[in-house]
Write a protein that binds this ligand. Structure first.
Ligand SMILES: Cc1cc2nc3c(=O)[nH]c(=O)nc-3n(C[C@H](O)[C@H](O)[C@H](O)COP(=O)(O)OP(=O)(O)OC[C@H]3O[C@@H](n4cnc5c(N)ncnc54)[C@H](O)[C@@H]3O)c2cc1C
Length: 451
């Protein structure tokens, strides 16, 4: 135990510009994320706790933490704001949790390219607001964007508001480079370019400590929010696809089926409880969306500029839909998948045949490899693991690609296969395997991947 070994504790305390926390309440609080959305993870992770939490105030302090962890072979788990869903920042083997919140400066915004270099502990809400003052904005926002850090999003997130246009974080062009600290006898600060950064992207902080990232940004837009009322889920899918096929700019395209709408905050369902399509577009785009709705006889509610709304759509979409349901009843859980192209209703109907209205459909429009696709984050009340995997199997049989939020590893939550480049990067930058142990499956069979 680090915190009961006076020699090690003293070494951490002697680092300038490092906050050291050993109070059990802090250790408990800063060892958790939102894993309780999965009853499976909840039972696995409830007891996991760091021995020590540190908060570096500059890069030098990070280098010194890395050196001590190497010297004493201490597990080191990096933490942003702890809004991850899969126990991503939970220290499975105890050790040190390093929270990056003080490393939060926007370092530069390039006028010509719009690339921003920012320290990883910067909150995305703050970063977006700084960018907006310079006429730019973040391309991708998780629905937790107000409280999540940019480093946590890059290492743990995948996409969100903006994915309809910009795809996913791992798509080439979103991450331009990063600064990384290695774990070793003499930890190094490396500047990686876009290609070298790829294996670090979405690796749960298992293969390097990221201190800064360079990401691409979009020109600032004033996104207007509109709600379209539909008479069925299949009509909602048709309308969303028509909107995706128009010559307008979109930031968001979400479908909530009416049983979900019923459970959303009052302001949202006060007019009608119907299946709804939620769109964010530019003002010119909204005119086209309204024209389409008129043509199909669908009524709309224009809310206004999303950033200026007291109640906006951002709090109802992506995993915030699940959050809203869980605010009422903690037995709601969810799945994540890419729906089969043009066979979305076929899959939904097959699931309906087996499970009736137990599974409720929440759909998000995304761009996948440049093509418009529909992803889904269906919600259902938890029964047991057996049923969960039966649902997963049926979805897979119907052609869905599952991103399972009930597992702990990078691979399990992704495509289910080891990315050899992530393992090689871990071998290079964290050869003792101290960073976030237990989260990179490929590391257990590293001989197979490191040639
Ligand atoms: C209600 C809800 C809605 C959500 N919506 C979305 C969504 O729309 N899209 C989405 O992608 N995700 C979503 N998430 C998941 C999560 O909020 C995001 O991925 C978020 O960006 C994580 O940021 P964080 O600062 O909280 O990171 P944390 O949870 O603290 O960390 C996430 C991972 O990144 C690693 N990490 C953090 N900082 C660093 C660093 N500097 N160097 C190396 N590794 C690091 C951690 O070790 C951990 O493995 C949602 C979660 C909830 C609970």
């Amino acid at each position: 135990m680090v915190n009961t070994n006076p020699e090690i504790l003293e070494k951490f305390k002697n680092i300038d510009s490092l906050e050291v926390l050993i109070n059990p309440n802090d250790l408990k609080r800063l060892s958790k994320d939102f894993y309780s959305y999965s009853p499976i993870l909840k039972s696995k992770l409830e007891g996991c706790m760091a021995d020590l939490v540190v908060r570096p105030k500059n890069v030098q302090a990070v280098l010194e933490v890395a050196k001590i962890c190497w010297e004493y072979s201490l597990p080191l788990t990096i933490r942003g704001s702890g809004t991850g869903n899969y126990g991503q920042s939970v220290p499975l083997s105890g050790g040190v949790v390093m929270q990056m919140n003080y490393l939060n400066k926007v370092e530069s915004i390039c006028k010509d390219t719009g690339f921003v270099k920012v320290q990883t502990g910067c909150l995305m809400g703050q970063l977006n607001s700084d960018l907006q003052h310079k006429g730019r904005e973040l391309r991708l926002l998780p629905s937790t964007w107000k409280t999540a850090t940019i480093g946590g999003f890059l290492a743990g997130g995948s996409g969100g508001i903006g994915s309809i246009k910009w795809g996913f974080l791992r798509d080439p062009g979103n991450l331009i480079g990063l600064d990384l600290i290695t774990i070793g006898e003499n930890p190094q600060l490396l500047e990686l370019d876009a290609q070298q950064s790829e294996p670090i992207n979405h690796a749960y902080g298992t293969n390097g400590i990221i201190t800064s990232v360079i990401i691409a940004t979009d020109i600032r837009h004033y996104w207007h929010s509109i709600i379209i009322d539909c008479n069925s889920l299949s009509e909602s899918i048709d309308v969303l696809k028509i909107c995706m096929g128009t010559a307008v700019e979109l930031k968001l395209g979400t479908i909530l089926e009416k049983d979900i709408v019923q459970q959303m905050p009052k302001w949202f369902n006060q007019y009608s409880v119907l299946d709804k399509v939620l769109i964010q577009s530019t003002l010119e785009g909204i005119r086209t969306i309204e024209m389409i709705c008129k043509k199909y006889n669908l009524s709309t509610n224009m809310l206004g500029i999303e950033d200026e709304l007291e109640n906006g759509l951002n709090d109802l979409v992506w995993n915030h839909t699940t959050l809203q349901l869980r605010a009422k009843d903690k037995s709601w859980t969810y799945l994540q998948m890419l729906l089969p192209l043009d066979k979305e209703m076929e899959l939904i109907n097959k699931l309906r045949n087996s499970y009736g209205r137990k599974i409720l459909w929440h759909i998000e429009a995304v761009s996948q490899n440049g093509f418009p696709r529909l992803a889904a984050l269906p919600v259902f009340k938890w029964t047991d693991k057996k049923e969960l995997y039966e649902i997963i199997d049926l979805c897979k049989k119907c052609g869905a690609i599952i991103f399972n939020p009930h597992v702990l590893t990078v691979e399990g939550g992704g495509l289910g296969v080891v990315d050899a480049d992530q393992v090689k990067a871990k071998n290079r930058y964290d050869p003792k395997g101290l960073l976030n142990p237990g989260k990179l499956e490929g590391w257990n069979k590293k001989e197979k991947y490191i040639i």
